[in-house]
Write a protein that binds this ligand. Structure first.
Ligand code: DQA
Length: 151
């Protein structure tokens, strides 16, 4: 099973960026942690971060036929990006939206996601743990889907 982890703008600054909200782990720390977790369940993962909306759209398009699922922290694009939403609709790759912080406990504008309605579901509020939960959610979903299509 191959899973792509996508990370949106400013997540390259994790570790020093608003640590009260996002914790002190860097994105590289989270990537290493998730790679270890993925190994335990014999899953291959790739990690990608961009501050540029179009580059995230390109990655989603390029994932077709290569990745079985996507876990995405769209960061600020969660609340604004019709382009990322449309890319998921176009490729039809199962996806899980994740956030470090609980976006429902924060400013009003963060409560709305344009991406979650085109995902299987959303996980938020568990810090770096949201990435691990995202990995579990997408792999469980893909295993269950494969079982259903065999029966
Ligand atoms: C975030 C939440 C977003 O609202 C914010 O713009 C981010 C990070 C999170 O992981 O909690 O950049 O996606």
């Amino acid at each position: 099973m191959k899973i792509l982890f996508l990370n949106g703008p400013n997540l390259n600054l994790l570790g020093t960026r608003e640590p009260d909200k996002y914790g002190t782990a860097t994105l590289k720390d989270i990537e290493n942690y998730i790679k270890e977790e993925a190994k335990k369940i014999h899953t291959e993962i790739s990690f990608y971060q961009s501050n540029i909306e179009g580059e995230l759209v390109n990655e989603i398009q390029a994932a077709k036929g290569i990745y079985d699922g996507i876990v995405i922290n769209p960061a600020a694009y969660t609340h604004t990006s019709v382009a990322i939403r449309d890319a998921f609709l176009a490729v039809q790759i199962p996806a899980v939206e994740i956030h470090l912080s609980n976006i429902h406990k924060r400013e009003e504008f963060r409560k709305n996601s344009l991406i979650a309605p085109v995902c299987i579901g959303q996980i938020c509020g568990f810090g770096a743990g949201s990435y691990k939960l995202g990995l579990i959610a997408i792999t469980d979903y893909l295993i269950e889907s494969a079982k259903k299509s065999q029966s």
